[in-house]
Ligand binder design. Structure first.
Ligand SMILES: [Zn+2]
Length: 87
């Protein structure tokens, strides 16, 4: 079994498992998210694909707003933290 990863142009991420001991047939694999042709092969191979991450579930890069705090370092609290062994 040969396991490798393939990525569609839409961003969908698939894991491909190819049997090394089984003979399959030539074929092609289309993305189940966008329908694009991801791979095609002519040799008789037994391949299966599993969708790992759909493009709509990929991590987005969120816009990070500026910090509402001033740029000065944060002030430390005036009292010491409570310690259990102090009593
Ligand atoms: Zn796709």
């Amino acid at each position: 079994m040969i396991v490798s990863d393939v990525t569609c142009e839409c961003g969908a991420f698939y894991r491909r498992a190819e049997a090394s001991s089984l003979t399959g047939h030539s074929g092609q694999f289309r993305c189940s998210c966008c329908g694009a042709l991801v791979e095609s092969w002519e040799k008789p191979k037994a391949r299966v694909y599993r969708l790992v991450i759909a493009p709509e579930r990929l991590y987005q890069h969120p816009h990070v707003p500026p910090s509402p705090l001033p740029s000065s370092p944060p002030t430390t609290p005036g009292h010491a933290p409570h310690r259990a062994d102090a009593a």
